[in-house]
Design a protein around this ligand. Structure first.
Ligand code: PEP
Ligand code: MG
Length: 595
């Protein structure tokens, strides 16, 4: 029998369950190496095309079933897979690999997918990494078809009693076929919170924890497990005491979730009547409507680069304008902050042919790239300006480190405003232009920058990364990446003070604003505008409505005296725990360096 083990992974779908494990051992089958004769090449390509078509039909079938079972939006999850099956970069190259290297279709596909995977991984960007999950799905189906070993759906046969599925990884098309009355929970070694499998698990209401390392090799079918999808923990062979604790926690969490739903329509105001602006961060215009339903008061960060990442040509002005307009129209009475392209660094559109850089995060990115590429920037600027007629649409510049960058950007904006006037195209000349404070240089010069900006939004992710010289995407350094470091806190304080003196809004749109301790600290520094991922809105509203701003100020004063991040975290944790039970929050609520 395997040993008692406690494993922490990434919480992917909330809910607490206790039950027997069922290990799903499925793999993409091994592809034998095989050299083809020249006269076999055409028929091999033909076989590949047949496999593509059969896979396409099967995915369409699963997509239709998903639409019926979960809804149209969830069914869209299979679109990237359908696109991959037609992507000339994938499909076309597999065909040329077959002819040029005289290898089987399965082998050629395997090689091409390996290249894709390494390209995806190089970007390091979570959204691109999530696509690995879709790629695995398509590849598994195609390879199995080519090797004649039957489709992967068979792994689900024989699940008769409620089990917790433990697997190396799960694909979206397998996940969507799971029956919630027979699958209590999911625990996978690989995976991300935002992969399509995780999204489907949430849609099905199946609790899930992903990124559990090698857990699947430690578990045997039938072993008892506790799975806490809110905290991201799995316990193999729990003790009686643990079973009791988790049953109780389950009841508490359910009550908490019911309470959060009711908050969507209440104002974000602290118990001592400090009003707060609570906005949402979005990547795609369609998310604006979801954010509104969850109670957002506008969009605090529209990451526009996702409209262009992965594209072969720069999207034209009209396409961009329609996207910005959609977001603006979801919030006719609230601010919608559109950030100009934050390209480079970890986000590369294909059309830029970005040169490889030794230090891309310190390289040609964001405002630097836009100012150097007038054609790209001017098209983008015109689209954003045109959207300003649809409400309180504001424009925000990322990665500012020098006032010259704001001056140059403003000059381009003014020139494009003149051109729009000449062309008789409407925009709102009173729109606000703000800057992100996400470099130490900008934070140190915050007082000076208030002369050039109508508002500040602190990008705490980059501000932390650049202040501490800790790569935000490096898992090995994760414990060192904390906004509660005294140096970061000092820069936050400096920025807040500069904004207050100048009478301009200072908000925070980095991850810190989606974290209870972060909100406590920021409120204590006098910052009262936050922008968070839509899913974090209910919990952050709960935080705001639970902690008096006066109490946050008193604790933050103490925290400002501390000389290391562990002490600051401890002071904040002690303070906030008077008002909230932190264990009820989802995810990594505590960014303490010890975690
Ligand atoms: C940040 O840096 O905190 C931020 C909000 O911008 P992004 O995460 O898109 O870099
Ligand atoms: Mg940033």
């Amino acid at each position: 029998m395997s040993e008692r083990t406690v494993r922490d992974g990434t919480p992917a779908s909330p809910g607490i369950v206790i039950g027997p494990a069922r290990v799903l051992a499925w793999e993409r089958p091994k592809v034998p190496h095989q050299t083809l004769e020249p006269d076999e090449l055409n028929s091999e390509i033909e076989r590949f095309r047949e496999a593509l078509e059969a896979t396409r039909l099967r995915i369409l079938e699963i997509q239709a079933e998903t639409a019926e079972r979960l809804g149209r939006v969830e069914a869209q999850i299979f679109e990237p897979q359908l696109m991959m099956l037609q992507d000339s970069d994938l499909v076309g190259d597999v065909e040329s690999y077959i002819t040029e290297n005289r290898i089987s279709a399965a082998r050629a596909l395997e090689l091409r997918v390996l290249e894709f995977q390494s390209q995806f991984r190089q970007t390091g960007h979570p959204m691109v990494l999530d696509r690995l999950n879709d790629l695995l799905d398509v590849e598994t189906r195609l390879v199995r078809k080519l090797l004649g070993v039957g489709d992967p759906d068979g792994v689900l046969h024989g699940i008769e009693r409620p089990v917790v599925i433990v697997a190396r990884d799960l694909t979206p098309s397998i996940t969507v076929q799971l029956e919630p009355d027979r699958v209590l929970g999911l625990a996978t070694d690989a995976g991300t919170r935002t992969s399509h499998s995780a999204i489907l698990a949430r849609a099905l209401g199946i609790p899930a924890v992903v990124g559990l390392g090698d857990l699947s090799t430690q578990v045997e079918s039938g072993d008892e497990v506790v799975l806490d999808g809110r905290a991201g923990r799995v316990i193999l062979h729990p003790t009686d005491q643990e079973r009791r604790v988790y049953r109780e926690r389950d009841i508490q969490v359910r009550e908490w979730e019911q309470e959060l739903v009711l908050l969507a329509h209440l104002d974000p105001v602290t118990p001592d009547r400090q009003p707060v602006q609570l906005r949402a961060n979005i990547d795609m215009p369609g998310e604006a409507a979801t954010a509104r339903e969850l109670g957002a008061q506008g969009i605090g960060l529209f990451r526009t680069e996702f409209l262009v990442v992965g594209r072969r040509v720069l999207p034209e002005e009209e396409y961009q304008y329609q996207a910005y307009r959609e977001a603006a129209e979801a919030f006719p009475h609230h601010a919608v902050v559109i950030r100009s392209f934050d390209l480079g660094g970890d986000k590369f559109p294909l059309f830029l042919n970005m040169p490889a850089e030794e230090n891309p995060m310190l390289g040609w990115r964001a405002i630097r790239l836009c100012l150097d590429m007038p054609e790209l920037f001017r098209t983008h600027v015109r689209a954003m300006l045109r959207a300003t007629v649809h409400g309180d649409v504001r424009i925000m510049l990322p990665l500012i480190s020098d006032v010259r960058e704001i001056r140059q950007a403003r000059k381009i904006l003014e020139e494009e405003e003149d051109r729009l006037n000449e062309d008789g195209i409407a925009f709102n000349p009173g729109y606000k232009l703000g800057v992100m404070i996400e470099t130490p240089a900008a934070a140190l010069m915050a007082a000076e920058l208030t002369r050039y900006a109508d508002f500040f939004s602190i990008g705490s992710n980059d501000l932390t990364q650049y202040t501490l010289a800790v790569d935000r995407n490096n898992a090995r350094l994760a414990s060192r990446f904390t906004p509660f470091h005294p140096a970061v806190v000092e820069l936050l304080q400096r920025t807040a003070r500069a904004g207050r003196h100048a009478g301009i809004e200072v908000s925070v749109c980095g991850e810190m604003a989606g974290n209870p301790l972060g909100v406590y600290l920021l409120l204590g520094l006098g910052i009262t505008a936050f922008s968070v991922a839509p899913s974090a809105l209910p919990e952050i509203k709960k935080v705001v409505r639970s902690i008096p701003a006066g109490d946050a100020r008193a604790h933050v004063e103490k925290a400002l005296e501390a000389s290391d991040s562990a002490s600051i975290t401890a002071i904040l944790t002690e303070g906030i725990s008077q008002w909230l039970d932190l264990s009820l929050f989802s995810g990594r609520w505590n960014l303490s360096p010890q975690e």
